[in-house]
Design a protein around this ligand. Sequence first.
Ligand code: FAD
Length: 239
Amino acid sequence: MRTRAELTNGTWKVHGQKIWTSYARESDYGILLARTDPESKRQQGITCFAFPMQQAEGRLEIRPIRQMDGRATFNEVFFDGAEVPDDHVIGEVGGGWAVAITTLMNERTNLSTGLGTLWGDGPTLADLVSLARGTELTPMQRQKVANLHIVSEAIRLTAYRMLSTNGTAASVTKLAADRWGQQVNELALELLGMDGLVMDDRGWQRAFLFAPALTIGGGTTEVQKNILAQRVLGLPRER
Ligand SMILES: Cc1cc2nc3c(=O)[nH]c(=O)nc-3n(C[C@H](O)[C@H](O)[C@H](O)COP(=O)(O)OP(=O)(O)OC[C@H]3O[C@@H](n4cnc5c(N)ncnc54)[C@H](O)[C@@H]3O)c2cc1C
């Protein structure tokens, strides 16, 4: 991590950049991780801040990134002397990595609940079922709908169980729910047939185009599998 923050007279000044910042243009605050000990390496010497997105002219630039679903919820953010008051530090100075891990675990648990197919947003399984009811289904398609319902129940109940267990299990629901979200959207497009080629108010086309992001954002599928293997199953680290 090369974005850095230096403390002068009770104010941290931030220099650096960060890509893939969701909703940076709509937010009042962002979660900022910056290196506050220039001599430190890797996860050491990083501090977490509640970063005010309203900054004086020229100190913060937010460049939107156009996505293939037509929206621009992502941004690249450039810090050029952006200011954060010292009392906006979250946790200990230099202890930002622990804050980041806790935040990510909460993000994974909250996003991947098996409700809306796009991290709680977008079309739902109920929308797919109502689409399926109005479509002449092949036997395979009927089985796919039933299977998606079964998986959705398993994800929902696992998410409840995780409320009282250790946070690393968040990787379980994230792994299951994100692929499930993609499968719901893939099946919807299959059922729409030629209608699936044109954007309409039902939102399936846009959801289908966003769905590949599910297994990347909040930590990729491969990284979740590593966490699950090492921290939940106790398998040896990969070489
Ligand atoms: C919709 C969406 C919203 C996002 N919002 C935000 C946001 O608000 N703030 C923010 O900071 N970031 C955000 N991100 C970024 C996201 O967290 C990263 O894209 C994600 O963690 C992957 O990191 P990376 O892009 O650096 O890919 P990399 O880590 O470079 O991964 C590239 C590929 O290598 C694989 N890989 C990496 N390490 C390993 C390993 N050890 N073993 C096996 N395979 C591996 C990955 O699985 C992937 O396929 C968002 C991303 C998406 C898609």
